[in-house]
Design a protein around this ligand. Structure first.
Ligand code: PLP
Ligand code: ZN
Length: 407
């Protein structure tokens, strides 16, 4: 397999940089760098059928992935997750085309595996030995796992109140895990201020070009699932935005390869009432989203008060005719229980949030029941059992009244 990676390009000032060197953000303007491919050559040398013959994981898209030498790929079997038809969930709305992309099946229990598999693989290829990263939880767990597999030294900084299992994953995979008083942006400051002196490669969300390349494979998979068409709308629980940005990029690359047309899904950002910088900026007509003060929500992955890629997300939402929608914590927990009961899918709170968003947009008329819609369940509910914890009846087999106690 051959990658058609050609260079890095700044999404803001357009300057070009070598993809054979280590880069984080644009050295000139500080904005997000994208990996670019020679898609003209790629389209002559590789076809949709080539992809479909390969094993089902995200590296089957090797020609448009950023690693040059296959031996540098650090994989735990991420990607190629199921797209589940949510027939019963859609039925009350007359929606026969509602789907859930089940990312909870990825290694370490969330779609962060895709981004970190790509970033750690490319870092390996560029000779990186130590990585530092702030995380709301899942990214840290994934980085720790891929870092272990690559034999790298990993430093992860998470908010103090990160769900327990995500801290434990970090530790069990041998990463140096530190808890930070504050949120992911406070943790990010620690990484920024220490990376240079410590020799860490900083893989903060969209502050290096390759995590987004892993996330873009979600968009590639949607096109494949729908037989090289795209759905009418995608609802995405938005934190740093790698998923929206990555999928949007994937669609352009697929069109340049001639594999899909110009139709695009409405890109819909779902955020929590207590932390909604992107949704607010969208409705305010702004292209940048200032820091959200006192951010709070029980969904850790979307508790991200500021995002460097705000302009890329907002551009995609606007260009696609998408929107932004707000959900409350209590609506998230209620939806999490409902999706589990009705479809047998134990969502992360972030995933459940997209179903709340769907119901609101159907009610407002923004989405029509006949539209084909994909909700992203970005992680496994198994990682946050405290959200639905409760008491169970305890039976004593010697109890003569046992039978009456079973309803
Ligand atoms: C990180 C995360 C998100 C947000 O993803 P971005 O692509 O960074 O916006 C959503 N859900 C879960 C479970 C996450 O871990
Ligand atoms: Zn630039």
């Amino acid at each position: 397999m051959q990658s058609y990676l050609s260079h890095l390009e700044c999404t803001n000032c357009g300057k070009i940089f070598s993809a054979a060197e280590i880069h984080t953000t644009c050295p000139d303007c500080g904005k997000v760098l994208f990996a670019r491919y020679d898609l003209d050559s790629a389209r002559k040398h590789f076809s949709r059928d080539t992809i479909l013959k390969r094993p089902g994981n995200m590296w089957r898209w090797f020609e448009i992935m950023p690693v040059r030498d296959e031996r540098n790929v650090v994989s735990l079997g991420e990607g190629a997750t199921p797209l589940l038809h949510a027939r019963k969930l859609g039925a009350p709305f007359g929606a026969a085309q509602l789907f859930i992309k089940e990312e909870g099946l990825n290694p370490t229990g969330s779609f962060k595996a895709r981004g970190l598999s790509a970033a750690v693989s490319k870092a390996q290829e560029l000779g990186v030995r130590a990585i530092g990263m702030p995380s709301a939880g899942n990214a840290g767990a994934a980085l720790a796992a891929y870092g272990a597999r690559a034999g790298m030294t990993i430093y992860v900084f998470m908010p103090e109140d990160t769900p327990e299992i995500m801290k434990i994953e970090g530790r069990v995979f041998g990463a140096n895990v530190y808890l930070v008083k504050g949120l992911i942006n406070d943790a990010g400051k620690i990484v920024r201020e220490n990376a240079g002196a410590r020799g860490w490669f900083d893989v903060s969300t969209l502050k290096e070009p390759y995590r987004a390349e892993g996330k873009k494979t979600m968009g590639l998979e949607l096109a494949e699932h729908f037989d090289w068409a795209l759905p009418d709308a995608i609802l995405y629980p938005t934190g740093g935005g790698t998923g929206i940005v990555g999928m949007w990029k994937a669609f352009d690359e697929l069109e340049a390869l001639g594999w899909i047309g110009s139709q695009r899904p409405k890109m819909i950002s779902v955020q929590a009432e207590g932390c909604a910088p992107i949704v607010k900026a969208f409705h305010d007509g702004a292209r940048h989203a200032p820091l959200w003060e006192n951010a709070h929500t029980l969904a850790p992955g979307i508790r991200v008060p500021i995002a460097i890629a705000d302009y890329l997300m907002l551009d995609a939402m606007r260009a696609s005719g998408g929107t932004g929608v707000l959900v409350s914590d209590s609506e998230i927990v209620e939806a999490l229980r409902e999706v589990a009961r009705v479809e047998g899918i134990f969502c992360a709170p972030e995933g459940a949030a997209t179903y709340v968003g769907y119901k609101k947009l159907i009610a407002s008329g923004f989405l029509k029941p006949e539209e084909r819609v994909v909700l992203f369940n970005t992680g496994s509910g198994l990682l946050t059992p405290e959200l639905v914890r409760g008491e169970f009846p305890i039976l004593d087999p010697r109890d003569p009244e046992l039978a009456q106690k079973i309803k």
